[in-house]
Design a protein around this ligand. Sequence first.
Ligand code: ADP
Ligand code: MG
Length: 737
Amino acid sequence: MKLKDLIVGHFRLAEQQKRALHKLGLVTISDLLFNFPVRYGDVAQFKNITDLQKDDLALIYGKVTGLKTSRAFRKKIPMAEATLEDESGKIKIIWFHQPYIAKMLPEDSFVKVEGKVGERKGVLYLTNPEIEKIDKLPVGVGNSLFGKKDNNFAYPVYAETRGITSKWFYHALQKVLKSGILEIITEPIPTELLEKYNLPGIKTSLIWIHAPQKEVDSISARKRFAFQEIFFIQLEKYKERKKYEEKPSFAIEKSAKEMNDFIKRFPFKATNAQSKAVNIILEDFAKPHAMSRLLEGDVGSGKTAVAAATVYAVTTTRPLKHVESKVLGRPSAPADGLAERQDFGNLQTAYMAPTEILAEQHFDSFIKYFAYLNINIGLITGSGCKKFPSKLHPTQATDISRAQLLKWVENGEIPILVGTHALIQKSVQFKNLAYIIIDEQHRFGVRQRQQLRKKDDISPHLLSMTATPIPRTLALTIYGDLDLTLLDEMPHGRKPVITEIVLPNEREKTYTKIKEEMAKGRQLYVICPRIFEPDPLKETALNVKSVTEEAERLNRDIFPNKNIGILHSKMSSNDKEKMMLAFKNAEVDILVATSVVEVGVNVPNATLIIIEGAERFGLAQLHQLRGRVIRSNDQAYCFVFSDTKTAKTFERLKALKTAKNGFELAEFDLAQRGAGELYGRKQWGISDLAMEGIKNIKMVEAARLEAHKIVDTDPELENYPLLQEKITSRDNKIHFE
Ligand code: ADP
Ligand code: MG
């Protein structure tokens, strides 16, 4: 057996199993070996039938007997029923609409059953549970299933899909591990690091992660692989950054007085956080290599003003007289002392926004910031180009042709170019591009960001901006190539959104309050966790509100005189845009939507938001949804509706009222989430295992420190061929975000 061998070459697989493996993305033996359990089940996790109580979500192993199909009395619904039995007792299972289940299971089969316990006339039963036939009792539990545990502490639970169970994985991996394949696996982490951080070697770790004898072993193994992934990401990101810093950049130096003169003109007083951010960026500008910085700040924290002030510094700096050789790129570097500045022209800035609306918005605000300086500003989007000032009307912008704009950008006459993706096309050439700003950087792919960066022999300074609140350790990892600055302060005088956690018995009162606000002409968002109503017959279906059904209900029972619109991801983008526009123009009073509005346009008149089924959202996401009503000058309200009565959920939601900003919430979120709820791969392009590691600040710092040490002394990783290989293969395989 070799790592690159196909799984199908070593295992006899049914068609369904092949499809399942394909779906899980597992092709080679190596894939199988490095597909780690999501968790370890232990005996405590499944229940004995006697211990079941109404409303339990139960996992039971047992035997099915007495399978029969019938039709429900009166309703004529096809149904099946059976008895599930373990050593402790019996419980009835009923399947509505799924009589074929009874035909699929032979009498006396062993099964794994997961479902909600219902009760009728004092008798407990399971309706439409998930059921899976198993050959024997679960591995690791052995015959002790119904009683004492044996030596094995736990059995590994893998991400499953129909056709491939954890048990299949267990047996397959036993075969793989026993094949001797471990002998040919090489250790990619330098031994010194394994020793320093007390991490098990790769062979041991593979055994410990797939077939642990003790809990501590599985924990060590998981820690090791989490460290490995974070370490590799850090290496790769830092290596990239070093490369970027090798090329020369434009040194930009502005006196504090000059900066103050610009900032003084703002129509508001800059927050401390804004001033600090501007200063940090100016320090970066003066360093002997290009800046790479991420500015994180909640919606409304004033990132544009920071951008404007720093663009001012760049725009009012003259280019160098000779930018011939790389060495001459910086004034401090040339052989003959300081390179001289020209006495004409300006350094250039490219400011990229994810949508045309945002690009135009930035263009307009930059005109306001820079008009007094008589500086040319260009706008380039898919639908056209503009330039400020117009020759005819010096206080206005004017439409110009793309060709004309590109010519002026290329000869340096337009020092500030704002735009969408259109900015990164090959045809856009700058004369002296010194500064790149990417707004809402999470909306761009890595490739797009890199394209903008790789334009020249000179590395422009880079400022990435984002409002996505993510935990610091995660940012340090996935943005390992960037330094971080937080804009963790809101402008003075901004009224914070009043947030209320509304329990089911307070609904009426809340609707009354909302009606009062709406009577003043305000508009309302209602966010629901899902689009359509789930199958009402399926009792196990999660009972959460859907957009379509809630819109109907609100129209019928609560707001009969209001215009209600809906918005969700299954609508065409044309329909979505139309609906947003209708809401913006107040033709629609209430917009019932899924979380897609998170990224919608701003409607200042919408000062009210209801979030239904709030327990289903992460705190950071709730915070971003709340951000929809943050911009208005009128008092805004966020009503967080939750149906769960558990103290834990309530505590969690209460953080929305107490946390100072989105970043605190993101930290809180991460700390609270357990295995299987981290969504690493889905959201951030890293595995859930690494997300577990992200919770551990010390580990992230260690991985970062060691990666930096290695790259600082050996930027090409010449002494670490294995690391180099791993990173290149990561590079080719994984696309972040
Ligand atoms: P974001 O960080 O979400 O990009 P913006 O830069 O768009 O925020 O700023 C939001 C609004 O706040 C703008 O209207 C801006 O003019 C205003 N603003 C920015 N900084 C301040 C401040 N220090 N005081 C008052 N208003 C400010
Ligand atoms: Mg912004």
